[in-house]
Design a binder for this molecule. Structure first.
Ligand SMILES: [Zn+2]
Length: 195
């Protein structure tokens, strides 16, 4: 695995742990695209809450910002686990960063019909009805349970990402005609080697 952070100036035979600097360079994951079966199967529950999970969360935020998304689920980077990150400010407000391990919607209210897209289905959007308000119960990287409430775009992002963890894509919420149209176009793009 290439790692830019370790420049080998000394040919050390033993690895000595150097203290962590404030923000190590992040790994930018390529986003898995529609057609990969990992996107359509439920992720495994997160069981290990450790520094590795913390690193994964930060790498996922970096990957999400790089792709200009507002949410990213682990299956979208090829990891079939119930883990997602959300930031509807797109990185503008560090306090808006939300990490969700094993999230579940515990309460939903209202309906909003709004256009939605997905980093795994680039170039296609569709209108999806989502709750206006949701309450989500999840665990943080330390395994502690918390509840968070989301409204409008945040509620939509929570629902979209939790869908991913259940192997559901927004295409499944579209009408059959629209869904089939998008699928046909993707098939064509695949044939042309553009997907
Ligand atoms: Zn998505």
């Amino acid at each position: 695995m290439p790692d830019k952070s370790t420049s080998s100036k000394a040919n050390a035979a033993t690895t000595t742990e150097t203290p962590q600097v404030s923000s190590p360079p992040r790994k930018i994951y390529p986003i898995v695209k529609y057609g990969d079966p990992i996107l359509e199967k439920p992720g495994a529950p997160v069981a290990k809450f450790n520094s590795e999970l913390e690193e994964l969360a930060e790498d996922m935020f970096a990957s999400m910002y790089a792709a200009q998304g507002v949410g990213l689920a682990a299956p979208q980077i090829g990891k079939s686990m119930r883990f997602a990150v959300v930031d509807v400010t797109g990185g503008k407000n560090p306090e808006a960063k939300i990490i969700l391990a094993n999230p579940e919607v515990t309460h939903a209210e209202g309906e909003v019909r709004e256009e939605e897209g997905c980093l795994s289905i680039p170039g296609f959007r569709g209108y999806v009805i989502r709750p206006q308000f949701v309450t989500v119960k999840a665990q943080n990287v330390k395994g502690e349970f918390f509840e968070i409430r989301g409204e409008n775009m945040l509620a939509r992002a929570f629902c979209h990402e939790i869908d991913h963890l259940n192997g559901i894509l927004f295409l499944q919420h579209l009408g059959m005609l629209k869904r089939d149209l998008i699928k046909r176009k993707i098939k064509k793009l695949k044939k042309q080697g553009e997907w």
